[in-house]
Design a protein around this ligand. Sequence first.
Ligand code: C2E
Ligand code: MG
Ligand code: MG
Length: 778
Amino acid sequence: MYEAPDRYKRMISARLPGGESLGLTSREGDGESSPLRDVQLISRAQLAPFFAAANIVAALMMVTILSGEVAAQWLLPWAGAVGVVNLIAMQIARTQAVTHVGRSGHQVPQWRMIGDVTLRAILWISLPLYMFPWLTPGTQVIAASIMAGLGIGALGLVVVPPCVTAWMSAFTGGICAALLIGRHSIPFPHMISILFTLGVAIFGVLAVARWAFHQLKTNADFGSQSESASLLLQEYEQRGVGWLWQVDAENRVSYISSRMTALLGRPAAALVGHSMPSLLGGSAELGRLLLERQPFNSLEMELKTARGQRWISIAGDPIIDTAGRFEGFRGVGSDITEIRQTQERLTHLANVDVLSGLPNRGRVRQLLGEALRGATVGNVPCAILFLDLDGFKPVNDTFGHPKGDAVLRAVAKRLVDEVGGDGHVGRMGGDEFAIVVIDAQSRRNVEGMADRIIKAVAEPYMIDQTEIRIGVSIGCAFGPIDGATVDDLILKADLALYEAKGAGRGIARYFSSELQSEQEDRVRLENDLRAAIKSDQFHLNFQPLVNAKDQKLVGFEALIRWNHPQRGMVPPNVFIPVAEEAGLMPVIGEWVIEEAIRAVATWPEPITVALNISPKQIILPALPNVVSEALARHKVPGNRIELEVTEGVFLGDNGTTLDVLKRLRALGVGIALDDFGTGYSSIGYLNKAVFHKLKIDGSFVREAGTRPENVAIIQSIVQLAKSFRMSVTAEGVETAEDFERMRDLGCDTIQGYLFGRPLSYERANQMVVGLRAKRMAG
Ligand code: C2E
Ligand code: MG
Ligand code: MG
């Protein structure tokens, strides 16, 4: 391999200050391989003394041979000139190696080198050739041989092949001319041997020159590669991108960059010779990797350093010598603390709900996954609680989103306080939260937590002097008992939550297999309902309503009936909630309106028909239009019908309900508050000024026989209704006692099995006809 002498190496590195890779690049831009030029110049300088010496020695030999036949006044100046020219040429070659190597744009032009060589060749052969005719044949042979010998001296120029060619051409020409001159005097065998020597020399020298040039070029290319590699490494270390390290076969540090010693806060002397794994905090992983003697990449570890806790990443490759022996490891390392911090920040952002600061949906799923794996391995069940706030939407609608957000944050805080270290609280989005309980071994603890949460969330919130009240429903599932995968478990908890919502809110429900089959039943029922709408499986029954004073028929309540081909009669209490959930109520409700009005149109005044309106219908702004169109179609005045609504319509009220009710009222339609006395504290709804009638729930009526307090309550309800100018209907009157009690309490109309069950249209019609006949008779 080519090795530039130290002196020239120093020159090269002086021209290329550390880190300044620009020098390298611009030299490459010269068109020809510049490192090769540099190597040529250096080799030329190295060979110059030998070449000059060959010239001078050959000249002295020539002087000695010719001294008997040629006058000294010719010989000495010639020999002197050859000596001086060659010494000067040698000096120039050496100087150029110093001044031109490694400098872009400062090349020694090739024609100068060729010119130098040609001139020296011509100078050398000039005298012997000029004197040749006068020499004796013996001297001629010797002179031609010396010339041939010096021609082979072209070997001293092998590094620059054009110079070799120039030198050999000059000498070959000179010798050929000499032999031509001496063709009569030089014996033929001598001539042949000189020409043969010359021919062999020409091929030999040219071949050597070509080979030497090729070697030089390869070495120069390799040299420039390793030079740029070492420059890059230098740059890598200096720019602070990373650092380099090397250990011996015993894992003892043999080299470590100053950057790393600075990071560790110890001088290189305190690190070199010490075990690398123990220097890096006793990293067992690193120890293992070094022991395996396999290349490794991106090994990340946390270090206590002079600058505090830092993260580094290192990579290494085993060093194997040419004999295949393991000599240690060498590699790179870098400080990745900032990268990791950024990564951590991003991960945090991706996992956190911005509003509440709690884990978001994705993170909750992850946490549940971890809890589920732990539960499966450790045989201790985990649990997921799904929470949905009750009555949050009206808060947002009434008080605005900023207050809504403040409530959500307050809820988040209460949840975290309640759950403490027993689980992870997360926000799934909107008004939905979730809690992952890792240890749910005790079902009672989980139930206790759910109850505490329901109470805590129901406490009023003071947001900017506004008191806000909401509630929460909870659905819970245990893993892996209720579901073995995250999705499955979430589905089950969701089902339980749905159940909790349906069962009246503010409660917790736990998944069970019955719940699952209920759910499946519900789905089947929903499908059957859709089919029922299309295939006309509904009809209306009419339950009579009588005047409390004279027990005369005053009207009917239309009650829907569903006769399913396989299921038989499905009670409205069963299918109406399903229809409401499935969004089928508007269609079914419209059908009821149409049928009820069609029926009342066939009956004389003052017979009225009451029909039930679901809370899901009352929020439809189109409802008054639907009603008025049906009335117009059947030419029925508005006061012939009555719409029954329950207090449920005011839950989650956003103003539309009241507006719809008022528009209906404007059509002359009566509005009755149905099922009064069940569920909610109802009196507040009465002053809404839209109701003309109040219907006391049947269960309340029938209980009045055994519970005197019911009597008192009914009494005050009747008085209250009267003060609002409402009439009162008692529902579910089954016995004569019920009837008398209600009549005496002041109820205006009575409805119940005592006066008639819900009847088909035909039966109801017969009653009307009978009534008319009686009237006519009367
Ligand atoms: P509701 O509006 O309170 O209807 C009165 C319910 O009490 C009817 O049950 C009726 O059959 C029953 N009932 C009447 N008198 C007595 C009695 O003396 N004793 C007993 N034990 N029960 C009596 P039904 O028809 O099963 O309807 C139940 C509920 O379904 C209705 O309660 C109403 O809320 C709803 N519903 C019925 N039809 C419709 C409808 O077309 N649309 C809507 N949205 N809901 C309806
Ligand atoms: Mg009703
Ligand atoms: Mg009722």
